[in-house]
Design a protein. Structure first.
Length: 104
């Protein structure tokens, strides 16, 4: 048998929420919203950036899933020359990026 006034007693707060508590909750919610927006922007902004002028940057398969190779300046030129004589998949991909970076 239901008790008279039981629902009201159970759902009545013990004390009123103060203005300070409301402000703290609002500030925490705002900070969380900004953090979520920043994370979403960082996650979906469009992949990895292209290499700078004179730099070669390519992603290749590796034992851990993928690796990014970066080389700039003389290191990039030397690496591109070493790829010129090869015919494997890495060399084909590297030649494409080397030509884009300005290395023959």
């Amino acid at each position: 048998m239901p008790l008279e006034g039981h629902w009201q007693r159970v759902h009545t707060p013990l004390r009123a929420t103060t203005r300070r508590e409301v402000r703290v909750v609002a500030i925490v919610a705002a900070v969380l919203a900004v953090a979520i927006v920043a994370l979403l922007f960082a996650a979906f902004r469009g992949g990895s950036p292209e290499g700078a002028s004179g730099c070669v940057r390519l992603t290749i398969p590796s034992s851990t899933g993928g690796a990014t190779l970066n080389a700039c300046g003389e290191t990039a030129a030397r690496w591109c020359r070493s790829m010129a004589g090869r015919e494997d998949a890495l060399a084909r991909q590297a030649r494409e990026h080397c030509l884009r970076a300005g290395y023959p």
